[in-house]
Design a protein around this ligand. Structure first.
Ligand code: FEO
Ligand code: CA
Ligand code: CA
Ligand code: CA
Length: 646
């Protein structure tokens, strides 16, 4: 999420204010430990410069080639740039698959942006698509490939979505608008089918489902039924209406869909009653964030009227896409914070491991390890695996070690003396538990992708412009880090449940031709191959890494998708594949199991400082004066067929 990110109302973690280390020492140690970037260690770690010049021709071109190692990707690189539409590498087809407002059901009304309603929106594709999951289904009677796309709708942008609101904002925001926004959050599950003309959505398919900020769901795990989750609407503390702010998520091995709840603080406004016990908890989460007007019209989003409601958001939600009548479950064992990413991987002993970032400046990286083991032969036996297990928070040390510290009530500082009377208290205040354990404050952890084939885990750290020179550490080595970096965690012997791992930095992002940026790309990276602000990421069928950006616009070019080499002498070489229309960030990269199709989410196209419904920065993808820009999912295929990326 770009616009309403936590750039305001940011509670700075006090731990981040200590622990200064000379950046030169850190770099020297890291480089000597592991010949970083192959043969380039003789260069300054702070100012590696790409070999390529900057002719600025704008023409598509292949990146420079290494003499020994063939590139892992064979597409001709896209030029950097930014305009009103999207671009994909030559030889590829990019089609709009689903747009905000598209019908999902037989009775879905036609999208009419001038006359929106919650009722219509809850039957249509939601706003600001982010995470994309793919759950394969059996081929249909004709043999056509089928699958379910599971898509998160992260946030709503009131003045860009609704006519006649911008001029009088916020007084112009009516209750109906708030209800429509609530219906535009959450997730969509929709069948897609591959026919002669490619992948297409199947409106009206039996498993299609919309999940919104009003969908009833169950609260499970250690915080279920706790007093801190009880509200006037739900004295049981076990049932909640809706999920919201759903950023990068995950798909489990048993085919369930995990929606993360990220910037939930912005949905609340109002004042807590005096001396309320949640005051410290909410301050640490930035509540109330007051990004939305919902609390003016809907009691439960107003702290004065429902002071415990914010404790019911900030979780990971599990949905069974094969049962459209099932109650989604908020799995509180995985902790409450601003979740981004919830991809699952199995430890060698069958336990389930889920990595997740807490996307805020100076917040943490977590992983959850289930108590039980995945049973591949009995889907039902896995239904509640995510209710029992251990949540860990990461400490990254300068010697290249990662220590995963358990968030378990009664251990160490997580004691009644510190306000942790039960495991419910620990998961509700996972951030404060991490503070007390000495977790490493990171440069905004976003999506995290484990690779089951190699035991490596890719962590996107998008940026942190507030880190000061006295706050740099080995894993966050740049002050005023505007362009982010990517960390590689290696789990020993592929044991994702390990409590002791290793880490390294794959790339420091930003323009390698500007020494002050301190970027570290492989010099084989072309003038188009570097990126800024990594956010979402995915592995393709061959295990190759792809990185999407949110904030690359501050490098002067559009957000988009880059392929990124991770092996051998080309390790750390980027290659530009797709660029977004102006105003948009790139989300949701997801490949089909064969790797022949790639789904991309174009989020908040047309946004910008002065943009609104009447004057968007682009009207992508329809380019119709009566139509606002529409966040959309695209499907990318190779024109000649075969794997995306070569
Ligand atoms: Fe929703 Fe962390 O971006
Ligand atoms: Ca982001
Ligand atoms: Ca994100
Ligand atoms: Ca991902």
């Amino acid at each position: 999420m770009a616009v309403m990110d936590d750039r305001e109302n940011t509670p700075v973690n006090p731990r981040a204010l200590s622990g200064a280390e000379a950046i030169g020492d850190v770099v020297a140690r890291r480089l000597s430990r592991r010949g970083f970037l192959g043969g380039v260690t003789a260069l300054s770690g702070l100012a590696l410069t790409a070999c390529a010049g900057r002719p600025g021709t704008g023409a598509a071109q292949a990146g420079p080639s290494a003499p020994g190692q063939a590139p892992a990707f064979d597409f001709p690189e896209l030029a950097r740039g930014m305009d009103q539409t999207h671009h994909v590498a030559e030889g590829y087809r990019a089609e709009v698959l689903l747009r905000w407002g598209d019908p999902l059901f037989a009775d879905s009304p036609t999208f009419d942006p001038a006359n929106q309603s919650a009722e219509a929106q809850s039957r249509q594709f939601g706003y600001n698509n982010d995470f994309i999951g793919f759950v394969p289904l059996e081929p249909d009677a004709t043999g056509a490939e089928r699958g379910l796309l599971c898509i998160n709708h992260e946030y709503t942008n009131t003045t860009l979505m609704f006519p006649n609101v911008a001029a009088g904002y916020p007084a112009s925001v009516t209750r109906d608008i708030c209800l429509t926004e609530m219906a535009a959050h959450g997730g969509t599950i929709i069948e897609i089918r591959k026919g002669a003309d490619g992948w297409r959505p199947v409106a009206g398919a039996p498993l299609n489902r919309r999940i919104t900020a009003d969908t009833p769901m169950q609260i499970t795990g250690p915080a279920s039924g706790h007093d801190r989750l009880k509200t006037p609407d739900d004295p049981s503390g076990t049932l909640v209406l809706g999920t919201m702010n759903n950023c990068a998520g995950g798909i489990t091995p048993w085919g369930t869909y995990l929606l993360s709840e990220e910037n939930i603080n912005g949905n609340f406004l109002g004042d807590l009653p005096a001396n309320h016990p949640e005051a410290g908890n909410y301050k640490r989460m930035g509540i109330p964030g007051e990004s939305y007007q919902w609390g003016r019209h809907i009691d439960r989003f107003n702290l004065a009227r429902a002071p415990n409601e914010p404790n019911r958001f900030g979780w990971i939600v599990e949905v069974d896409p094969l049962d459209p009548l099932s109650l989604p479950k908020k799995r509180t064992a995985l902790g409450r914070y601003k979740h981004e990413g919830a991809e699952t991987v199995l430890a060698p002993d069958g336990r389930v491991v889920i990595y997740s970032g807490d996307d805020q400046r100076f917040d943490y990286v977590y992983k959850f390890v289930s108590a039980g083991r995945y049973d591949p032969g009995n889907r039902a036996a896995n239904a509640d695996l995510l209710d029992s297990g251990t949540l860990y928070v990461a400490r990254f040390d300068a010697d290249g070690s990662v220590t995963w510290m358990p968030l378990v009530q009664g251990q160490g500082p997580l004691s009644p003396a510190n306000g942790f009377h039960s495991q419910a208290d620990v998961v509700i205040e996972a951030r404060r538990a991490g503070d007390l354990l000495g977790a490493t404050p990171m440069d905004r952890p976003e999506d995290i992708e484990p690779d089951p084939k190699t035991g490596r885990v890719w962590v996107m750290l998008t940026n942190n412009d507030m880190r000061q020179s006295g706050q740099v550490d080995a894993a966050n080595p740049r002050a005023a880090n505007r362009f982010g970096h990517i960390i590689e965690i290696t789990e020993p012997d592929g044991d994702f449940a390990s409590k002791a791992s290793r880490w390294d930095i794959l790339v420091r992002c930003g323009d390698p031709s500007v020494a002050e940026v301190g970027a570290t790309w492989n010099p084989l990276t072309s003038e188009n191959g570097w990126l800024g602000s990594p956010d979402n990421c995915a592995l393709d069928a061959q295990g190759r890494l792809w990185v999407a950006t949110d904030g690359n616009e501050n490098t002067g070019a559009a957000d988009g998708l880059w392929a990124l080499e991770t092996e051998g002498e080309r390790r750390g070489t980027g290659r530009h594949f797709f660029s977004c229309p102006t105003g948009a960030e790139m989300c949701g990269p997801r490949f089909t199991p064969s790797g022949d199709a790639l789904f991309l989410a174009v989020q908040h196209p047309g946004d910008g400082d002065d943009a609104n419904y009447e004057a968007p920065a682009t009207r992508w993808p329809d380019f119709d004066d009566a139509m606002p820009p529409r966040p959309s999912v695209m499907v990318i295929t190779r024109i000649e067929g075969g794997p995306v990326g070569g």
